[in-house]
Design a protein around this ligand. Structure first.
Ligand code: NAD
Length: 262
């Protein structure tokens, strides 16, 4: 099947590792040209080189801190100068900071919101301006199952991801007249660095998580990446404004599976 992705310029924020890198790999295998943009300059350079080695695709590395609007503007200006276009933008960069509301520090709130929500909004703005001038494009934002089924002890994260879901609806309507589609994916639990940190800190356990997932396993990164790529393909040409839950059924139930037999 021709996905229409061959030769497309795909920008992935937070693309140096984890879900961003997994999505980059799938786009690269479809013949797209990849721009990995990440706050970790050394890692993003290594990742772009590795991706090229693994897939043969043309891969570029840029340093970008999505929490800084001045950096976002400078980054997209450079992309416009270097390539003249943005076909696909994946707003993937995100962080987790865990703490109860009563102990949460203002600087942690600002840091998380600036990356997870403000960064997504302004990347949509700056990427969208280039797409508008070029007659269209596709954007996918990284939300989370916690946008709907919240987890105590990480309120700002859940709020930021609900914001991304809402942002995706409203901006998809604003951008439709420019032929820009915008969707989000909302993964459940995946064994990336983010979740491993949670295990290390002892704030989540395997037993606890399995009780909340009807499908009784974690997602594989490639399962998330497949949907990201699909949403950007010609096969998804009439899908916009949606947030697709990729969560093994977490959104489908109000009760953890452990309670089903009570
Ligand atoms: P990860 O920590 O492995 O990767 C995140 C990447 O973002 C890293 O390369 C990091 O350097 C980069 N980054 C961090 N701050 C940045 C900034 N200010 N500017 C640019 N880049 C920055 O995490 P992941 O699990 O791959 O998560 C990717 C996205 O998926 C995040 O938005 C996360 O919230 C979301 N998500 C993850 C899970 C999960 O279980 N892992 C579930 C749902 C949603």
């Amino acid at each position: 099947m021709d996905t229409g992705l061959k030769g497309k310029l795909v920008i992935i924020t937070g693309g140096a590792r984890g879900l961003g890198y997994a999505s980059a790999t799938k786009f690269a295998l479809e013949g797209a040209e990849i721009v990995l943009a990440d706050i970790n300059e050394e890692m993003v350079k290594e990742s772009a080189a590795k991706l090229h080695e693994e897939t043969g695709a043309v891969c570029h590395a840029y340093r970008l801190d999505v929490s800084r609007v001045d950096e976002i503007k400078a980054f997209f200006a450079k992309i416009k100068a270097d390539f003249g276009r943005v076909d696909i933008l994946i707003n993937n960069a995100g962080i987790q900071i865990r703490n109860d509301c009563l102990d949460f520090k203002e600087e942690d709130w600002d840091k998380l919101m600036d990356i997870n929500l403000k960064g997504v909004f302004f990347c949509c703005q700056q990427g969208g301006l280039i797409m508008k001038d070029n007659g269209g494009g596709v954007i996918v934002n990284m939300s989370s199952s916690t946008a709907v089924r919240t987890t105590p002890g990480r309120a700002p994260y859940c709020i930021s991801k609900a914001g991304v879901k809402n942002l995706t609806m409203v901006l998809s309507c604003e951008f439709a007249k420019y032929h820009i589609r915008m969707n989000a994916v909302a993964p459940g639990w995946i064994m990336t660095n983010m979740l491993q940190d949670g295990f290390r800190l002892g704030v989540v356990s395997d037993k606890q998580l399995m009780a909340a997932i009807p499908y009784k396993r974690y997602a594989d990164m490639s399962e998330i990446a497949d949907t990201v790529v699909y949403l950007c393909s010609d096969q998804a040409s009439y899908i916009t404004g949606q947030t697709i839950g990729l969560d093994g059924g977490i959104w489908a139930t109000q009760t953890p599976t452990a309670a089903w037999k009570l």
